[in-house]
Write a protein that binds this ligand. Structure first.
Ligand code: SF4
Ligand code: SF4
Length: 757
């Protein structure tokens, strides 16, 4: 199909102070110079009349690419949306007139370049052709029949989705079946509440929309959102089931108390875990295990193995509340019993503070300090924080260790995954170590196989993805998720985690978490049906197109895709699983032969935008700095700087990119060859506590930058001309400083010698 003829038209907005700060008379001729036949001005393009003006040009057939020179593309998106037209926006308000002095020559040059760049962008963009709509399966698979999984199943059913609930054990309910009572989750939040798990299980089993399979396990998963096929081992046989999205609620297991010998576990039966105490409470009495006598003097030791670099480095979040609950139950059953809770920090946020107060009122004694040792005779030596000295506690009947939660991000009972792909990292990236699905392999090492991965147990879904069978995990073993922006997404689109497999939490939070994950699962199914992306480019219809005619089968795109969206054909050509793709463009940035592009975002487009800038020669003493700013955090921070009228150098030219992972090295070469004096990649934080919305993008950009150092050396340019800067969306005050500092540094280094060639 031949692409429709491009009919661009430039629309200059005079509102929001634009006409007062720059000369639109000087901007108008640029359209003609760049062969855009139509250029109009309007006093406020976002007004009804302004929108009508653009719409009339589109309706008449004069324009199909309105280039709107006004506010940031991040605002007024609903106003500037026209059927059948591909809209391009030039950010004249936030990033020109609101962030630079009015009436200044450099501001005017910046404004002119903004128009030129937008025209170059329009020449390389087309409305995306969505992947053909196809029937999607709306059924949701929930893996795990504990509190989280049950709530997920119920929420999904309530929204009208059929559910397949797979539980490994022989009954639903999980850990909650063992709890005598639960922590308060309703006002006044002061007393332990009845455990209602049996009621929840009954509801699920009676729900005709929910198919429950107990003693069942997922042994294989393939496909993509809307079209997953899962193999389930059940009743001695395996069967394949079709589902549209997957909610993983595999929960947690208790930290192994046998590793807590320093706290007396194993030395005497009267040192027990909180879970063992719960069994006693459920059985109706708290007694010494050694002699069966009632326990009259009980001490709880908090953070037993949690927040400890030798054990679990994180806070397990619920242990404080659980100990309070158990202490209250002991006191209620036997008001003569004395209960101590020894804590370093009591963590009872929100309504749990009421529960804490109730325990104080009920006579539970809280002791701030660190436990130094627990003897076989139950003597607990406490470094008391208030007294500032060691206090031995003697005569105890029972010591309770508040042990932590370990996520079930892998299946501890499953056999190791079958041998994975034998793709060699050295085939792909001979220079730098590379991070694949969360595992770091040095150059030359084989692709990490499941049995070599630093994970205990087999994969819980056994994904048939080129990037391996596991769901990627974070450093502490929890399933990967972006805690702030998309907590329920994993690195595998359409597979959502919730509950303690994601982070430690109690029953009430598990229920909320389950609802969140189910909504994201539904969004993934709906998006798949429309050919649209999920978070963070929600609704984006563009897809990477791969020109296989020049593909060298290098596999970089497969390896670097943060979401495992790319597999390979039998001939080793990349193939994109459309609904797994999040449209980050990392594959585009990775491709050495530049054969990956999007209809509305491509290497040529940004190259032309870079080259559209008029670079003054060195005698003008006006450097040019290219800033490739991640659209998720850096670009909004720059917009916010403008909104707050914070000024920064007018020598910077900013181009938004989908992710730093999408940055092609050719853009940097193009910029330096065009005479730019410096380049800044502005993106999100990388590393274990990453903020990158596409997870690996910032890290990949750093690796590519290291490689680009060689290019700079071959051009005999200083390495400092190309820098990366991590910013967050909240950095609006810092970004102007960052830019100005870089411009000053470039000033010291001197002008790019390629200028003028
Ligand atoms: S655009 Fe991003 S998610 Fe999609 S295939 Fe490329 S790297 Fe993967
Ligand atoms: S599309 Fe590009 S990155 Fe992917 S295999 Fe082909 S040449 Fe390599």
């Amino acid at each position: 199909m031949t692409a429709p003829e491009r009919k661009p038209g430039v629309y200059l907005c005079q509102g929001c102070g634009i006409a007062e700060a720059i000369s639109l008379d000087d901007l108008e001729p640029i359209a003609g110079e760049l062969r855009v036949p139509l250029c109009r001005r309007h006093e406020a393009l976002c007004s009804d009349d302004g929108v009508k003006t653009i719409a009339a040009d589109i309706a008449s057939g004069a324009v199909n690419q309105p280039i709107i020179v006004a506010c940031s593309h991040r605002v007024m998106t609903d106003r500037f949306q026209f059927d059948g037209a591909s809209v391009v926006r030039a950010n004249m308000r936030e990033q020109v007139v609101w962030s630079h002095p009015a009436g200044d020559e450099d501001t005017q040059m910046l404004a002119a370049d903004a128009v030129r760049m937008a025209i170059a962008q329009a020449a390389n963009t087309s409305p995306p052709e969505p992947a053909a709509e196809s029937a999607v399966n709306e059924r949701i698979l929930v893996v795990g029949g504990g509190v989280t999984g049950l709530n997920a199943a119920r929420e999904a059913s309530r929204t009208g989705h059929a559910v397949l609930l797979v539980e490994k054990s022989d009954r639903l309910g999980g850990w909650a079946n063992r709890w005598s009572k639960r922590m308060p989750h309703r006002a006044p939040y002061r007393d332990p509440q009845e455990n209602d798990i049996a009621e929840l299980v009954r509801d699920i089993e009676a729900d005709p929309s929910i198919t429950v399979m107990t003693e069942a396990q997922v042994t294989r998963t393939e496909g993509m959102p809307g079209k997953f096929t899962v193999r389930i081992k059940w009743g001695g046989a395996s069967r394949d089931e079709a589902v549209g999205a997957i909610v993983v609620a595999t929960g947690w297991r208790a930290y192994d108390p046998n590793k807590l010998g320093h706290l007396g576990y194993g030395a005497t039966p009267d040192v027990v875990t909180g879970i063992e105490l719960e069994d006693m409470l459920a059985d109706g009495g708290v007694r010494r295990k050694s002699n069966g006598e009632p326990a009259k003097l009980v001490a709880f030791i908090q953070c037993a193995g949690s927040r400890d670099p030798d054990h679990l480095p994180y806070c397990s979040s619920i242990c404080c509340g659980v100990s309070i609950k158990q202490a209250l139950q002991i006191r209620e059953a036997d008001p003569e019993a004395s209960v101590y809770i020894i804590y370093d920090e009591m963590r009872t946020p929100g309504t749990a503070e009421e529960f804490y107060r109730q325990a104080q009122d009920a006579g539970v004694i809280f002791m701030k300090g660190k436990v130094k040792s627990v003897g076989a005779d139950l003597t607990v030596l406490v470094e008391d924080a208030l007294l500032g000295e060691d206090v031995p506690m003697v005569g105890l009947d029972l010591v309770v260790l508040a042990t932590g939660m370990v996520p079930n991000a892998t299946d501890m009972d499953a056999p190791a995954a079958e041998k994975g792909a034998e793709l060699l990292v050295s085939d792909i990236n001979p220079v730098a170590p590379i991070n694949i699905a969360g595992f770091v392999a040095e150059a030359g090492e084989p692709w990490p196989r499941a049995e070599e991965a630093p994970l205990a147990g087999g994969p819980i879904l056994n994904l048939q993805y080129r990037q391996g069978p596991h769901l990627p995990i974070l450093a502490d073993g929890f399933a990967d998720s972006h805690f702030i922006c998309f907590p329920y997404e994993t690195r595998r689109t359409g597979i959502h985690t919730c509950g303690p497999v994601r982070r430690p939490m109690g029953m009430a939070e598990c229920a909320e978490d389950a609802a969140g994950a189910v909504l994201k699962a539904i969004q993934a199914i709906k998006g798949a049906g429309q050919g649209a992306s999920v978070h963070p480019r929600v609704g984006d219809l563009s897809l990477p197109k791969i020109g296989l005619d020049i593909c060298t089968q290098c596999r970089r795109c497969t390896v670097e895709c943060p979401f495992g969206a790319i597999d390979e054909t039998e001939d080793n050509y990349p193939i994109v699983n459309a609904s797994r793709c999040r449209r980050c463009g990392t594959c585009m940035g990775a491709c050495p032969v530049r054969t990956i592009s999007f209809d509305n975002y491509n290497v040529q487009m940004v190259s032309d935008m870079i080259k559209a800038v008029e670079v003054p020669d060195e005698f003008d003493e006006k450097p040019r700095i290219l800033i490739l700013a991640c659209e998720n955090d850096a670009y909004p921070a720059l917009d916010m700087a403008g909104i707050n009228r914070r000024h920064y150098s007018a020598f910077a030219r900013i181009i938004p990119v989908r992710c730093l992972g999408s940055v092609s090295q050719v853009w940097m070469s193009d910029a330096l060859e065009a005479g730019y004096d410096g380049i800044m990649l502005m993106g999100c934080k990388s590393g274990d506590d990453y903020q990158c919305h596409f997870i690996k993008g910032s890290g990949i950009a750093e690796e590519r930058m290291a490689q680009f150092g060689e290019t700079l050396a071959s051009m005999q340019l200083e390495a400092e001309r190309v820098v990366a800067e991590e910013v967050s969306i909240a950095d609006s005050a810092r970004v102007p400083e960052v830019i100005d500092r870089f411009v000053a540094r470039i000033d010291e280094i001197g002008f790019n010698p390629f200028k003028g060639f």
